[in-house]
Design a protein around this ligand. Structure first.
Ligand SMILES: [Zn+2]
Ligand SMILES: [Zn+2]
Length: 352
């Protein structure tokens, strides 16, 4: 089979590998869709704390496919079932895992991080993943591409649920990548009265606004804080989400918050970067500064429903699709920063 293999900083090659053989308590799935995440790009650039710059790994944690072979001691699953995975597998024993927060487990394993993931034609699903409930059957009628994109939506949903957005709220989304596109759709689905998106490329802003923005701010042309204040009649926003790894976005988001404002620093910064925070504003204005990472099994299940019911159209954020023969080109494309979401279809030789 073909596998796109990360082999250290900046290097991904398309290799022939033997088909994985499941142990008695494992199974093998045929991967039909695997989308490229900013985390994959971070690993390729050599900047992820869980994947060393000299490791060899099949990346990809946003994936869906079909079960093809099931170990003799695996109950409940059978060949032919259409499935997706929740990538972070908790240890099952720590305080976080006991609360159902597999994404917060300090000893997690994850597909595409420290075990081989989705950018290959067949993937082994480990005993721990099956025991942890990390394999999920996808609904009839949901495409593999949609199912692969439930994962990034579930990470957005994890952030979203703690912001308690209501129709009274003004929401600010800083960034114009696929994550921003998903947050704009969430804001629309939850009926936020005003949704402002900030970006630095006019063409991308116009494209992304269609997902649910009521206003756009081009940060190359306008002072972001002044413009957001103007658009909100001087009130500021109730909710803000930073969706790009830029310190200045975090400062702008803080400065745009209204009294009782809630903020999620969704996108991490390069290690070592820090941002000054006006803690008096946090104190006197009763702000809530939040963070989130990954998604729990519960977040994933809820995101799956949002996609199944059509409330969120995840495929809207996909801009480019590649077959397996062009997998390396797909990474180059994603690394170039063009387009929004890139999806690889491992069973397709090359896209028409
Ligand atoms: Zn991801
Ligand atoms: Zn744990």
């Amino acid at each position: 089979m073909k596998a796109a293999v990360f082999k250290g900083q900046g290097l991904v090659t398309l290799d022939d590998r033997p088909l994985p053989v499941p142990g008695p308590d494992e199974l093998v799935m045929r991967v039909h869709a695997a989308s490229i995440c900013g985390t994959d790009l971070k690993i390729i650039r050599g900047g992820h704390f869980r994947v060393g710059p000299d490791e060899t790994r099949v990346l990809g944690h946003e994936l869906a496919g079909e079960i093809v072979e099931v170990g003799a001691q695996v109950p409940l699953w059978r060949a032919g079932q259409r499935v997706a995975v929740v990538p972070n597998i908790g240890c099952g024993h720590c305080d976080m895992c006991r609360k159902g927060l597999n994404n917060m487990c300090p000893d997690y394993d994850a597909f595409g991080i420290n075990i081989d993931g989705g950018f290959q034609q067949y993937m082994l699903v480990t005993r721990a993943a099956l025991a942890g409930g990390n394999l999920v059957e996808i609904p009839q009628g949901m495409t593999f591409e949609e199912a692969s994109l439930v994962e990034p939506l579930s990470c957005c949903f994890n952030a979203w649920k703690d912001l308690h957005v209501t129709p009274e709220d003004r929401v600010l989304v800083l960034g114009t990548g696929p994550i921003a596109g998903l947050f704009l759709q969430l804001a629309r689905a939850y009926g936020a009265r005003q949704v402002i998106v900030v970006g630095r490329r006019a063409s991308r802003l116009a494209e992304i606004a269609a997902f649910g923005a009521t206003d756009t701010v081009d940060s190359g042309l306008a002072d972001v804080v002044a413009e957001v204040m103007r658009l909100t009649q001087g009130c500021g926003v109730d909710v803000a989400l930073t969706c790009a790894p830029a310190p200045e976005l975090q400062q702008q988001a803080m400065a745009c918050l209204a009294r009782f404002g809630r903020l999620n620093f969704f996108s991490g910064l390069t290690r070592g970067s820090t941002v000054g925070i006006d803690t008096n504003k946090v104190h006197y204005w009763s702000l809530k500064l939040l963070g989130s990472t990954g998604s729990s099994l519960d977040d994933y299940a809820r995101a799956l429903r949002l996609v199944e019911t059509g409330k969120i159209r995840v495929t809207g954020v996909v801009s480019h699709r590649f077959g397996m023969a062009d997998a390396v080109a797909a990474f180059d494309h994603a690394l170039s920063g063009q387009g929004m979401k890139t999806v690889i279809f491992p069973q397709v030789e090359t896209m028409p």
